[in-house]
Each structure stands twice: as C-alpha cells, then as structure tokens.
Design a protein. Sequence first.
Length: 416
Amino acid sequence: MNIYRLGIKNALANPLSTVLSVLLLLLSIGLISLMFQVTRQLDNKLEKNIRGIDMVVGAKGSPLQLVLSSVLHIDVPTGNIRLKEAERLSRNRLVKKAIPVSYGDNYKGYRILGTDKDFLQLYKTELAVGSVWEKPFEVVLGATVADKLQLSVGSTFSGSHGLMENSAEAHDHHPFTVVGILKPSNSVTDQLIICNLESVWMVHDHGHEAEAATEDHEHHGEEEHHHEVHDAHDEREITALLVQFRNPMAMVTLPRMINENTNMQAALPNYEIERLSNLLSAGSKAITLIAVVIMLVSGISIFVNLYKAVRERKYEMALLRTYGASRIQLLRSVMVEGLLIGITGFIAGILLSRLGIYVLGGFIEDSYKYTLVDAGIMKEEVFLFIFTILLTIFATILAAVPVFYLNVSKILAGDD
C-alpha cells in the first residue's frame, strides 16, 4: 500500500476545496513575496543612488522634489539656480566637492544631463566602449539607454525640449554624437544621456552668446565684447548642485545658512529618502498585513477541508486499519494531502510574484525609466516557505485528530 500515492489521490478527489485552499495560499504568498522583492530592489537602488551625496542645492520649493529630480531623476526640477551662486558655494571651506547638474531635454523619454566628469566618478562608472566627452554635443550613454534605444558609438540624435517623451519641440539644430557607452552599474547613470554643461546651455540658445558677442565686438569694440561675455556667464544657470561635505560640521551649518541667507534651497538626500521610505513602507506594511491575514485564512481553509475529508473517509480508514495500516500511516496520508496543497500554493505564489515583478517593472520602466528584475530567491522567501510548511503541518495535524480516535469495529458495524 502506497500511503503517499493515497494522499495525492485523496487531494485530487475533492478538487474544488483543494483549489480553493491553493488559491488562498498562492494569493497571500504572491503578495508577500512581491513586497519583499519590490522593497529590497527599491531600497538598494535608493541607497546606491544617494551614496556619496551629502546635500543637494537647488531652487526654492519642495526638498523631496529637489532630491527626486536631481538625484533620482524621476521628477521635474523645482527650477534653476544661478551658476555664479553655485560656484560661490562650491568654494566654501566646508565643501569637499560640488558637482553641477543641468537638464531640461530628453531623447525618447531618457533625460539628457549636463554635468562634469566628476559625476561619473561619483557613481564609480566605467566605460564599456568609447571614451568620455571632450567637447560640446558629445555624449556618453548609460547602459540601459544604449540597449533600449539601440545606439552605439558614432550614433547621432537630436533631443526634445522638456523631460517628457514625445515632446513637440525638437532641437534639430544641435544634434548629439555618442562617443561612449557605460557599463551597467545598477544606478541612475544607466538611464541617463550624459554630456557637459556647455551642451545644455548651447542647446537652449546660450550657445549663441559667442555669436552675439562677436557681432557686438564688430559694432561696439573690444571692451563691450568682454562686458557682454562676462554678463552672459553671470546669467548662466544650472538645475542643481550635488555636494559632498568636508566634515560633519558642514551638515550642521551649511543647509541652514543656504536656506536662510540665499535664494537657493538645500536638501539632505538621506533625510528626504528616509521620509519617502517611511511613506512607502506604510503602504507596503498594510499590503503585507492583508496577505498574512489571507494566509491565516488559507491555513483555516486547509484545516476545515482536511477535517471534513477525514470525517467523510472514516469508513475507508477503518478498512485500511483492518488491512494492517497504522494510525501513523493514516496520519502520513493526510499529511501528504496537506503538504501537496501547501507546496503547490507556495510555488504558484512565487510564480505569481514574479509575474507581478514583470508587470510592475514594465509600468515603472515606462513611467520612470527604472528597471525591476527578478532578484532570485531571497532569504525572506526561504523563511516564508518554512512558515508555509509549518502552518500547513499544524493545520493538517489538527484536521487529522479523528484518525487517532477511530473505533474500527463500530465504524465497520455502522454504529458510528
């Protein structure tokens, strides 16, 4: 007599109740696993993208918006700040390094970012092919941009005004040339088109300053020419300044000084991202709590269905006892039935979570150009599997209690 085969046949003999238990279990497992995957990946991306940036300085507005736009590149900027004010701040003795960033255009939804070469060092990026820009309108592509848009070294393209895809205004008069492609770094650089600041200024007509200055020189002389160029430099703007502190004292004094005494705003990425994570975690915890409740309901469903099945099969079990089956063997057959439900529900739940990652990842990539991938089996999912098995075993043992109290003679005689 094959007890394990008997348990499987018993599970398949009542498909409706078995499928209901599996559905409840896979729904709860799928939601919990999805939360694990999304939370882990988002936390890793946020931590990696703000690492090395102690402060962001930009236009007055929402500090969270400033961080989201200038560090994570998933929001619109709060405005622009004067280049000369940013340069003055970068010379402060409490500032170790200040990296300017400026943008306002995109190519097929991917942002074109003007900065200097320190930006690449900040994220420890390496070139996969080509070289770094040396002059205006040379760009380096992030790995994701190059892959999605099928661009290579030597490719040319024209950006569109604004940060949204399908912008009506294209800058065809200033095409960009790809000179390098970065290796994948799992950071914001993967989703960016990076060039020098001059490229951004020239695209937005700041590049015509030299032309205008030349005409002024022809009409008004050398002195006025220098005056015009100097004024043009003073009028230049950037989107934000990414700052590294020289010592802890800077965190105490610089943000307050900037917010109170200048037209600019200082935001601390660690603090703002922690606020954002707390907001997101509230929703994540709510979904996880609902999933845990569904899992407990699933455990109750397994108990009720198995208990009902054991009661209905007491005559068959009594016959098995007369043929030499022990109570432990009968318990094992019920246990196989319960574990079949538990393991099937867990595997189906993991597959559901991976489907959820695929769907959610597609939405996030379309909206924010960030990618979510299957991170493999996480240790939290291993613990979830152990908990699922223990829950199933507990529900099965409770349901199998009547096995230990079978009165074979009474049942076969029809008295029970």
